[in-house]
Design a protein around this ligand. Sequence first.
Ligand code: GLA
Length: 378
Amino acid sequence: MKDIFQELFGSAEGMRAFRAPGRVNLIGEHTDYNLGFVLPVALDLATTVAMATTRDGILRIYSEHRQEMRQWNVKDVEGLSPAHDWSDYPIGVARELIQAGFPIQSANLLIASTVPEGSGLSSSAALEVSSALAFLHGRTLHPMELALLCQRAERNFVGMPCGIMDQYISVFGRSSCAVEIDCRSLGHRLVALPAGITFVAVNTMVKHALASSAYRERVAECAAAVNALRQQFPGVESLRDASPAQLAAVAPKLSGVVARRARHVVTEDVRVGRFVEASVAGDLPDMGRLMLESHLSLRDDYQVSCQELDFLVDAAMKIDGVYGSRMTGGGFGGCTVTLLRADAAPAFKAQISAAYQARFNVTPLVYACRPSDGAAEL
Ligand code: GLA
């Protein structure tokens, strides 16, 4: 990275590099902004931002993936409007840092990433968190504040009303463990995964372009369900608080769509708890069943799947050694995650690729999900 930095900016003196991982979510989808539970794993796919301060008053950011250089006067950064491209992530973070009392220095930044974009593996949060660490350049910010600040950047500047899962796991990920996050208390516990198994992500190669407007709609539908629930059960402040019985009691007052959305969230929260128990007990068939139930609920009730994701889940379930499979991330494209015996992974990769290629004439990328540590300086 130092060589590229040197070539781009003429000097790599004082360069420091910061890495933040992408993630795969094992279960608990579209529950985070309903203050429920999620179970992601930080991956060894990560974004790295290298940064060196300069004295010319200019902030330059180069994206290796886009092969694009952007630059601004440092003093203008606070007042910038979104450009609706990749630069909104680091600039959104820079603005939040300024507001939090961390002035942005004149600097050169180089972004490089192995997290595939628009694939449901959280390339956005990886870019936000690695950018934040680069801008901080050794200044300390509490890890929870770091995750929340990056979430604010995405909500306020990028304009995506996301939950906390992606930024949280990018900061708090741990190698060899999944992390169960309570999205209300913001506490977490590490969940050991059974021996002899692995998770594999398969990319539909469909970029989730629809996702942002549909995501916003889902957030609004969940809020509508909470409003109705609250009239009968004043203790319900978010769908996290609603039991399946309470939801059934108000269902006749909800539109069919809103009732289905709420049913997904309420049942998905229950599935996260059961999945964690099954994982601790090493009950692989139960873990697999819960993943499949999650997928069906996302497909039928939450309606955020697509035919490519459904095909990959169905095809995976027919392959030897597979316990369960589901879409992961926001949906409308991106990846599935599949739980399988570790020794079955090579054959799985070959068979799922061949099946997808035969059906859609597209070669899917397949990623081994290796749990990794959260963001840090390299
Ligand atoms: C996106 C959002 C997350 C979460 C997932 C769905 O990745 O950034 O906050 O809502 O979708 O579970």
